[in-house]
Design a protein around this ligand. Structure first.
Ligand code: ADP
Ligand code: MG
Length: 309
């Protein structure tokens, strides 16, 4: 099966017809039309075997995760996903693998209502480079540089589940799926447009990712460790001495961290598609202080994952 037959069989027409496609797969480039008054949010994330996943990962989970991590970036901008491209490198043409992979990708693309509009197919070590395009009202995106002293710091869902799953020899399915099939908080991100001052998605751990907002915005943060939401599964399976490390620096959460004025939070809270929990405040003094239940500062030498350290 050559490259073109492969694209035809496994990738053409994949995803839901999200509109705005003047020309999809098959030419030298796709032609896309965002709606009037919108600007494009464009993001790329690559998953490489041996680095981001191992050979045992099921192709349908891999496909889900590859799209989900990109959609999480769009969610963090408040953007509505529209289209994506796939740069696929693989050592051989394994039809069973491609079948499962393309079905998993189609499922995810249908759930989040976007269409595959192009890509590239090469021979090489297994890697998946996805680029997702979404749209957001011009000037309305949730950037990293808008946090202001006094803003509440909130996170969606619960933190630490994926990091715990990675470290348990046999994680229960409900925890394992938080690692293999993360849920990008797309509807939540879109709801926050016009209300939140800044947002980021949590891929490398709360402290490191919040740190990006603080640096871009020129502010600092105070976080109450015991306010950070964890799941019942996490509470049950995590050893107490690992708890703060996994919550603060575990990574792979794909939840949103949001800086929002208190009044806006109070107005929105009940109407949100995913719960947001307040965990701290933006302050003027730079740096992050993590406080215990008594309000004392806890030492945290934790910084999260970095590829080139
Ligand atoms: P070119 O040589 O002009 O770069 P290609 O032969 O690489 O074109 O690709 C042919 C068409 O198939 C293009 O429209 C491209 O976007 C699409 N395509 C290639 N690989 C993939 C893939 N893995 N998934 C989706 N579309 C793909
Ligand atoms: Mg090409």
């Amino acid at each position: 099966m050559d490259e073109f037959a492969l694209i035809e069989r496994f990738f053409r027409g994949l995803g839901s017809a999200s509109g705005g496609v003047s020309l999809g797969i098959g030419d030298d480039a796709a032609l896309l039309r965002p709606n009037a008054g919108m600007e494009l949010a464009v993001t790329t994330d690559t998953l490489i075997q041996g680095r981001h996943f191992d050979a045992q990962m099921r192709p349908q989970d891999l496909a889900w995760k590859a799209l989900a991590v990109n959609l999480s970036d769009l969610a963090a901008m408040g953007a509505c996903p529209r289209w994506f491209t796939l740069a696929l490198s693989m050592p051989t043409v394994d039809k069973a693998w491609l079948e499962a992979f393309s079905q998993g990708l189609a499922t995810a693309a249908d759930v989040f209502e976007l269409a595959l509009v192009g890509g590239d197919t090469t021979r090489g070590p297994l890697s998946l480079g996805l680029t997702a395009l979404g749209e957001v009202p011009i000037g309305g995106a949730l950037r990293r540089d808008g946090a202001k002293a006094g803003d509440l710091i909130c996170v969606s869902g619960t933190l630490g589940d994926a990091a715990l799953a990675l470290r348990l020899a046999r994680a229960p399915e409900a925890l394992a799926s938080r690692l293999s099939r993360p849920t990008p908080r797309v509807s939540l991100g879109r709801k926050l447009v016009g209300y939140a001052h800044a947002a980021i998605d949590l891929s490398d751990g709360l402290l490191q990712d919040l740190g990006h907002i603080l640096k871009a915005s020129g502010v600092g943060a105070e976080i109450a460790l015991d306010q950070i939401p964890v799941s019942p599964m996490f509470a049950q399976h995590c050893e107490p001495e690992r708890r703060s490390e996994l919550i603060l620096a575990g990574g792979d959460d794909y939840e949103l961290c949001v800086c929002i004025p208190e009044a806006a939070f109070d107005r929105l809270e009940q109407a949100l598609p995913t719960p947001l929990t307040r965990i701290g405040r933006i302050v003027k003094a730079p740096g992050t202080r993590v406080l215990n239940a008594l309000g004392d500062i806890i030492e945290t030498p934790l910084s999260g994952y970095r590829h080139f350290e």
